[in-house]
Ligand binder design. Structure first.
Ligand code: GTP
Length: 340
């Protein structure tokens, strides 16, 4: 079986971290987040097609060095084709039932169970579902007792919501889905393809994920995913190779070769490779990019610092990026399939 991993988005909500790197490669506990997804795939999935576009060289580099025991193909789109277009563009690799996965989800999904349900129901599409409290912010599904999905309702009022279940970004599909996607144009799987398949009366089912699920779309959810995996693994912190920790660290990930200076404190944060946290500095609920410096005595809270930046003084709720925005990087959000 093949799995297509959608990994070509710009990840605009995670800027400035995504000005310099592909979102799937953002580290969680010092491991690119796409690793967790690939490691959770069942044996049956022997081929993984990485649908890439933005920063595809970084993805190529990563997969050249890392062996997941599966065939990995980097399939570069000539231009971003959206979540549906990217799947169509991978058509030549698909030989039967296949998976389509957003690359930015950290979850406890059991793919084997999902595939089994898909087969038992003889479904055309089975999508993973996750319950939320704030239905107002999401597209929720109308689901029947037998698991059949009959409708998507965008951002409903709580009293009008047909359920509290949202699309969780992992799908199992039959090849006929490809007939619903035009070649070579931007197509959204969620907005265009799924509603048409439901309208045609094809078997469209939902599989509820049990356990945990985080959509690493924003800085807050990126930090949340880091906390969640630390907790799951029973770790207080994750510290990379060659790092020097001279201050106090709590519930944080510290990359390779980073320095946490004397009398400093890093709390609930992610510090990338080679970053320096100065003496007496405080970093709380923040992300500090690669080789960035938080100066002695500086305070950083609820903020994100891009790669190679320097921070002085007090920064709260700030996005720190002083260099030009890379050419071709969109000014506004392009993706956002889950919250569409
Ligand atoms: P935002 O710009 O912050 O919305 O992030 P994003 O571009 O990653 O979009 P979103 O989170 O909605 O995308 C969900 C998944 O689809 C992610 O894994 C993206 O990498 C992927 N994705 C989005 N658009 C494309 C595309 O045009 N081509 C490919 N190959 N993947 C895409």
């Amino acid at each position: 079986m093949e799995a297509i991993i959608l990994a070509g988005g710009f990840g605009t909500r995670l800027r400035p971290l995504t000005y310099t790197r592909a979102k799937p490669l953002l580290p969680i506990l010092n491991k690119p987040m796409i690793s967790y997804l690939i490691e959770s795939l069942p044996k049956e999935v022997s081929k993984v097609v990485i649908a890439a576009n933005y920063k595809k060289e970084q993805l190529e580099d990563f997969f050249l060095k890392k062996d997941f025991g599966k065939e990995i193909i980097i399939n570069e789109e000539p231009k971003p084709l959206g979540t549906g277009g990217a799947v169509k563009f991978a058509e030549k690799y698909i030989t039967g039932t296949f998976l389509v996965l957003n690359s930015d989800i950290i979850s406890s999904i059991n793919f084997q169970e999902m595939i089994k349900l898909h087969r038992d129901k003889k479904a055309t599409v089975t999508i993973s579902l996750w319950p939320v409290e704030n239905v107002r912010e999401f597209g929720v599904v109308k689901i029947e007792e037998d698991g059949r999905i009959t409708k998507f309702v965008e951002k409903p009022k709580p009293e009008e919501a047909p359920s509290n279940l949202i699309n969780a970004g992992a799908y199992c599909m039959e090849q006929d889905v490809l007939d619903y996607i035009d070649t070579g144009r931007l197509v959204s799987m969620e907005q265009e393809v799924f509603p048409r398949i439901i309208d045609d009366g094809k078997g469209f089912y939902g599989y509820k994920i049990e356990g945990y699920w985080v959509d690493v779309g924003r800085i807050e959810s990126y930090l949340k995913a880091n906390q969640l995996l630390l907790d799951k693994l029973g770790l207080e912190n994750a510290v990379g190779k060659g790092s020097k920790i001279r201050g106090t660290i709590r519930k944080s990930s510290i990359g390779n070769g980073a320095i946490v200076g004397r009398n400093s404190m890093v709390d609930s944060s992610i510090i990338f490779d080679g970053a320096i946290i100065g003496e007496g500095a405080r970093v709380v609920n923040s992300v500090v990019g690669e080789n960035s410096v938080v100066a002695d005595g500086a305070i950083l809270s609820n903020s994100v610092v891009g790669d190679g930046e320097e921070v002085k003084g007090i920064k709260e709720n700030e996005v720190i990026w002083t260099k030009p925005i890379p050419k071709g990087y969109p000014r506004t959000q392009v993706g956002n399939v889950i919250r569409a």
